[in-house]
Unconditional design. Structure first.
Length: 229
């Protein structure tokens, strides 16, 4: 493996929106010896107005992107310098992959891997993990992490999070964990919100595992605790 390219997109919409496109791309490379390299970011013209609700997150305006590159040019730029054996990474990589398949390059999801490896974390956003792990002390320049919710700074933070994950698992294992279901600790929805999965009643676990339309992690967790009873 040559490097891991940590990427982040700011967009005009969410995955459930019919109209959505990239308006900023950022990336930070980890070299073969896991040194964190230069952060690159650039604006992208999405081809339609940026709604106020997403402007409120990243503060990128229509005027900012008026002369920027188109999404197809931007995504080709993201592939520049990628060699056989290289890997893409992102925090919640399903989001980035909905906009960019990555040309067959494997992906690491730092959020999914953190759920597997950091069981006691209070949350799994990259900023929550940033402060819980105390990774600011590893920054060569704290200014590179600011402001949050911009593509370049977010990849800088995620690159440091990835370096912590690499202390616990190798690249191949992180790629595997990216698509492996997680045994969850806390219930984050419904009438049992705030409880521990291990404390849920049998009938509710059985409903989650066999009848609900919840996600793979929830169903896997329910089956895990059912199997132990």
């Amino acid at each position: 493996m040559q490097k891991i390219r940590v990427v982040d997109f700011e967009t005009t919409g969410f995955l459930e929106d019919q109209v959505r496109a990239i308006c900023e791309i950022g990336y930070t490379d980890l070299t073969a010896d896991w040194q964190i390299g230069v952060t690159t970011s650039f604006l992208v013209n999405p081809g339609h107005p940026i709604p106020p609700q997403t402007q409120a997150i990243h503060h990128i305006s229509d005027a900012d992107v008026a002369g920027a590159v188109t999404p197809d040019v931007a995504l080709r730029t993201l592939m520049l310098g990628m060699e056989p054996g290289d890997v893409f990474a992102a925090h919640n990589s399903k989001f980035e992959q909905a906009f960019f398949a990555g040309g067959g390059v494997p992906w690491i999801c730092t959020m999914q891997c953190a759920k597997h490896l950091f069981h006691d974390a209070p949350g799994y956003s990259n900023q929550t993990l940033r402060y819980w792990l105390g990774i600011d002390k590893d920054f060569d320049d704290a200014g590179r992490a600011m402001p949050p919710h911009r593509a370049g700074p977010d990849t800088f933070v995620t690159a440091h999070l990835l370096s912590r994950l690499l202390m616990l698992a190798n690249v191949e294992e992180l790629i595997r964990l990216t698509t492996a279901p997680v045994v969850l600790r806390d219930v984050t929805f419904g009438k049992h919100r705030g409880m521990k999965w291990k404390d849920l009643p049998w009938d509710y676990l059985n409903w989650v595992a066999t009848k609900s339309d919840l996600g793979a992690d929830e169903k896997h967790t329910a089956r895990h605790y059912l199997g132990g009873r």
